[in-house]
Design a protein around this ligand. Structure first.
Ligand code: KMH
Ligand code: ZN
Length: 273
């Protein structure tokens, strides 16, 4: 079994400081949170950016500031930008941070209800996103909110746009998408072709149990305020690093070593440092 890759999803697009005052929002706060998570054992940071008023942005200048700060303070850490952005953004807007050549970028391979909103990804847009990532040398993380998204990713493989093995992230527990249950995780994992890697992002209270399952099953784990702002019921997390530290402890208890960023690069076949 590979060593465990922990991703810290630091900010997201939907969470607010009103919900958890410890949410990192400004570039300086995001860089500091990335450093703490990297120190705690995260090898990937998944990034969203915000405007000074707290609303979501895909502005490459803001992403550029965050990425260069993280590269300086967390050498080797794998930088993954969101191309999901926030619901309602145009595809062109969402794709912008890929041009900064981060190590990775998310690639949502389908459309889904997202609470009261719709998260729209047409096949044409998915192809454009995937081709752009390949052209820029950016490794995709295929974001799966619903099972058809695995099928769409495999369509891209058949079309020769993506190759195998790919790396997947199962985001489970978004209202309107697949639930944060063990059955949903097993179902999705069993759809993947041999050799593909996967991580799980359990939303809210699903974060901890699905993380534990992934540790046991040989998958990887994503934690952080994008997915969950609580440490436990009724208790807000003091920082993203607290959620990373818990996964590190759990992995130690379950006998699964945690990957360094260099080891994570090897597992995911990402060059450079
Ligand atoms: N904010 C969601 C609508 C991603 O980062 O690529 C999409 C999202 C996925 O967060
Ligand atoms: Zn995201």
């Amino acid at each position: 079994m590979d060593k465990l890759i922990i991703t810290a999803a630091l900010t997201g697009a939907e969470t607010s400081k009103e919900a958890n005052p410890n949410l990192p929002v400004s570039p300086a706060e995001i860089i500091e949170s990335a450093w703490r998570c990297w120190q705690a054992g995260a090898s990937i940071v998944h990034l969203h950016a915000r405007k000074p008023d707290g609303t979501s942005t895909q502005d490459p200048q803001v992403f550029g500031e965050i990425i260069s700060g993280i590269r300086e303070r967390c050498p080797g850490c794998i930088v993954q930008v969101s191309t999901g952005g926030a619901v309602g953004m145009t595809p062109q807007e969402r794709l912008q941070p890929v041009m900064l050549k981060p190590d990775m970028a998310t690639l949502s391979t389908g459309s889904v209800n997202f609470g009261n909103d719709l998260f729209v990804n047409t096949m044409e847009d998915i192809r454009t996103f995937a081709k752009t990532m390949v052209e820029q040398g950016v490794k995709p993380e295929v974001e799966v909110f619903d099972s058809g998204m695995v099928q769409n990713a495999l369509t891209l493989v058949r079309e020769g746009i993506l190759d195998l093995p790919q790396h997947f992230d199962f985001v489970l527990g978004v209202p309107g998408a697949m639930p944060g249950t063990p059955e949903a995780l097993m179902f999705l994992r069993n759809l993947l072709p041999e050799g593909c890697t996967w991580t799980v992002a359990g939303i809210g209270r699903a974060e901890l149990p699905l993380g534990a399952m992934a540790i046991i099953l040989g998958g990887h784990v994503r934690v952080g305020f994008e997915d969950n702002i609580y440490y436990k019921k009724g208790q807000l997390s003091q920082g993203n690093e607290q959620l990373v530290q818990r996964m590190v402890r759990l992995a130690a208890e379950l006998g699964r070593p945690v990957a360094t960023p260099a080891e994570a690069r090897e597992i995911l076949n990402i060059g450079g440092e």
